[in-house]
Design a protein around this ligand. Sequence first.
Ligand code: PGA
Length: 251
Amino acid sequence: MTDRTPVIAGNWKMNTDVESGTKLAEEILALSASASGVEKIVCPPFISLTSISQVLAGSSVRVGAQNVSANGNGAFTGEVSTSMLNGLVSHAIVGHSERRAMNGETSADVASKAIAAVDAGLVAILCVGEDLGVRKTGEAAAFVSAQLEESLAGFSQWDSLIIAYEPVWAIGTGEAATSDQAQEMTAVCRDVVRKLAPDAADSVRVLYGGSVNSGNISELLTQPDIDGALVGGASLKADEFSKLIAAASSN
Ligand code: PGA
């Protein structure tokens, strides 16, 4: 057994506007403020971060960005730098599969973003995962292992890292990985950390993501290498997200 504090992080993706997002944050806070022994994080769209960081200031619910630029301020149209996020967020998702697939982010890009995030004092939530084609070849473990190692090139601030194993075939499909599949692959992720930084392997949190809901969270959390969840769809409903927090809470 470990003493790793579980994490429930909500990735709102391109959903909500400032008004509805702020309301959602208020509802999540009201329903989950008293849950202890679990780290609660919401990752709203950039435009809502100012409002939501005020709503959640001083509370137990932390705020994360869904992405961050690896570059400092300058001529990067449409991008958001770590310094712009200063004071608004404590965490930043990097390498989500949607950004890898739709925005062409490579693992080298993800490594640069993770380093920029932690250098700015943020915790990086670094996502990896295989697609269905890779899963069908039986090479998922080797693929994710290599993807994670490449995404951690040059990384050294292990206290500021959370890894999210998110199989692409399980994201938004309603078809979560089984808890055995998720356990196997989160253990693969932890083994990568053990290889790169042996002292960090037992303390780094590794999350599962992909169609997590209140019906499957408890079984996922029984697995020894699953330290919580990165949640998309189910994070957009305050009552459902609060159930996930409650399932991971120690009270
Ligand atoms: P989902 O998304 O929970 O809607 O499957 C997970 C994610 O993309 O982080």
